[in-house]
Design a protein around this ligand. Sequence first.
Ligand code: PLP
Ligand code: CA
Length: 305
Amino acid sequence: TPSPKYITGDKAAINEFIDKFDTFLFDCDGVLWSGDHVFEGVPETIRMLKAKGKRTVFVTNNSTKSRQDYLKKLSNLHIPCEKEDVFGSSYSAAVYISRILKQPPGKNKVFVIGEAGVEAELAAEGIPCIGGTDEKFRRDVAPEDFQGLADGSLLDPEVGVVLCGLDFHINYLKLSTALHYLRKGAVFLATNTDSTLPMHHSFFMGAGSCMIPLEYASGQKPLELGKPSQAMMDAVEGKFQLDRSRTCMIGDRLNTDIKFGIEGKLGGTLHVLTGVHKKEDWDKEDAVAVPAYYADQLSDLGLVA
Ligand code: PLP
Ligand code: CA
């Protein structure tokens, strides 16, 4: 694999880079902002790309928020965006369930391990769900639960899918309930499998780390619907009528964003150094993915504005 081209400070290289693409897919956390802090120059950079006629799409693995929540966040941070431009892993999962999986009526309920963002996107696709933020599942396991799960009296016969995302209230009762649905043949899906959740210059448990106990207990692997899953790329392509050769993925994580772009055979990938992975990570022998370009930060593209 050739080494990535460093474009920071190189006006000619930046111009050539921008001209190569019509659509830019942006990872959000680590590229546009860190938590609630927007990186300097990001709104201006997005505005510059839009002024050049480029399409900008925001592709996030964060399943805890809906597209509507993201739109609010983007607009609070003065990043120009419309709801249609947001594509999240909870939306990706909901679209997959409603339009591709198409469970028969009577088996179309989803048991959710996750937050309100997942529930909102399922509701928008008309898919019924249980679990999630329901207080009934946000408690310690009781002796009766073991009996009720074992004899099925606590299980809803209409559940045909288990969807696992990041759940800040994950507990034994939810995981054991999900395990029972999986053992009864429910389809196993994951919004995303990010190992960690980077926050406050530290790392917390990510959605993948919430999901692994279920994979271990059930012996089944979920179908992932966030980056780098090509199920998500296909959904993005379908929605935005992408010309993949004229599309670039911009990200901060090699095993999600950059892998997503490479496996999707996009025209290019740009890695920015404001997030999870650094130069050493692709210089390694066993690097999972090597970007085509890299820059110190997204606003370095603004050199041409
Ligand atoms: N999952 C959760 C719950 C998050 O909060 C975040 C970042 O905020 C992510 C995943 C990663 O999001 P992105 O794909 O935008 O980096
Ligand atoms: Ca990121």
